[in-house]
Design a protein around this ligand. Structure first.
Ligand code: COA
Length: 369
């Protein structure tokens, strides 16, 4: 694989009253182009990740909105794969580069979620689940089932789930673009408002506005971070059809492809942005990506093995939990954050992991120099 991340950009994440989808899209796109040091006219194609611009902001056909920001109207494609829209947009762009059609492309993920009520947001998000077989279930409820299965099989504790949130909120203190800059204690997380038993408010990722973009190129780019490998995995949309609720097979498949292509092992990954839409999701990913054995991720997190000074730094940006989760932008933002750390030589090999639905789609990227 010879694709470099030439430039990248993340807007502020949060409840952004003064910016709509169009403004966020533009800020991220031109921020990444400036960071790449290229002219806008050098962008050969655009890949836009967006989950639900139609529902959240009555904006569809976002690909053309992106193209018309450029004088030369480059070809543009909008990609939707629920919360994995960003990851799948990256995969689509990478395949377009690898086909030889384009050399330099822009991938931009955007979501403007806070213009509708929480109830409406929940309804829109739920459309990414199997609305026939899981009728009435929200994402907190679906991940609560996964948490219950993990607790029942491995004895995972309330304290271990809370440790994930405490760590990610602490990491976000160092990320100016994060939605929350609030230090939490285990007790605060464990006693926060119940949302879907056993998941509480502070186990959940929030509702977020934001955008992120990267410029990818197959041209020689000395000193720039590179995509060493990527993989995509799929599973059933509904949980009932799965053989196990204590692992996400899509993550395992995506990881297998990515590790093989990159020629690296899980033990070589030093830093990772994982899809912690709920605290249990980070624990599942820590196991499915092979950082620790199944059933051991709870203690791994509680003992500080997933932060600075531990075995691997997980979610240095604050993750979805504290940096925020503008669903279509998340997969791109993960690559923005990891590639910046690699560029600064803070770490040698990093990984990103983006999930759609309750594990129906997963994308893993491995980044190095
Ligand atoms: N983490 C930390 N704080 C949060 C939060 C979260 N996830 N969600 C809301 N808050 C805070 C708000 O900032 C607000 O604080 P303030 O009173 O100091 O301003 C307070 O909690 C109440 O916020 P509100 O907007 O009324 O919350 P809500 O009840 O409408 O929504 C959730 C809370 C958990 C239901 C909502 O964040 C949610 O649905 N999260 C999951 C999103 C999701 O499913 N994404 C897809 C994943 S697959």
């Amino acid at each position: 694989m010879k694709i470099s991340i030439l430039g990248s950009y993340q807007t502020q994440f949060g409840e952004l009253w003064d910016q709509g989808l169009r403004e966020l899209l533009k800020e991220a796109a031109f921020g990444a182009i400036k960071d790449a040091g290229i002219k806008p006219s050098q962008v050969e194609a655009i890949f836009v990740a967006n989950k639900a611009g139609g529902g959240f902001s009555n904006k569809r056909h976002i690909s053309s909105l992106a193209s018309q920001m450029f004088n030369h109207f480059p070809p543009s494609l909008r990609i939707e794969a629920a919360c994995a829209s960003g990851g799948i947009a990256l995969v689509t762009a990478e395949q377009a580069i690898l086909s030889g059609r384009y050399k330099t492309v822009l991938v931009v993920g955007v979501e403007k979620m806070t213009d509708v009520s929480s109830q409406e947001t929940t309804k829109i998000l739920t459309s990414a689940a199997d609305v026939i077989h899981e009728y009435g279930s929200t994402f907190p409820a679906l991940y609560a089932l996964l948490a219950k299965a993990h607790i029942s099989k491995y004895g995972t504790t309330r304290e271990q789930l809370s440790a994930v949130s405490v760590k990610n909120h602490r990491h976000a203190l160092d990320n100016p673009q994060a939605q929350f800059h609030k230090k939490l204690t285990i007790d605060q997380v464990s006693n926060s408002q119940l949302v879907a038993d056993p998941l509480r408010l502070l186990d959940c990722s929030p509702i977020t506005d934001g955008a992120a973009a990267v410029v990818l190129t197959s041209k020689k780019s000395l000193g720039k971070p590179k995509i060493l490998g990527y993989g995509q995995g799929q599973d059933t949309l509904d949980l009932a059809s799965r053989s196990s609720l204590t692992e996400l097979k899509a993550t395992q498949t995506a990881a297998k492809f990515a590790y093989k292509e990159a020629g690296v092992k899980a033990s070589q990954i030093q830093v990772a942005e994982l899809h912690d839409c709920f605290t249990i999701a980070e624990l599942l990913a820590t196991e499915d990506l092979g950082f620790v054995a199944h059933g051991k991720s709870g203690n791994f997190a509680l003992e500080g093995k997933t932060t600075y000074g531990g075995k691997i730094v997980i979610n240095p940006s604050g993750g979805l939990k504290a940096c925020g989760h503008p669903v279509g932008a998340t997969g791109v933002k993960q690559l923005v954050y990891i590639s910046k750390l690699i560029k600064k030589d803070q770490f040698k090999i990093g990984l990103t992991h983006n999930v759609g639905g309750s594990g129906a789609t997963a994308v893993v990227h491995i980044v190095g120099k």
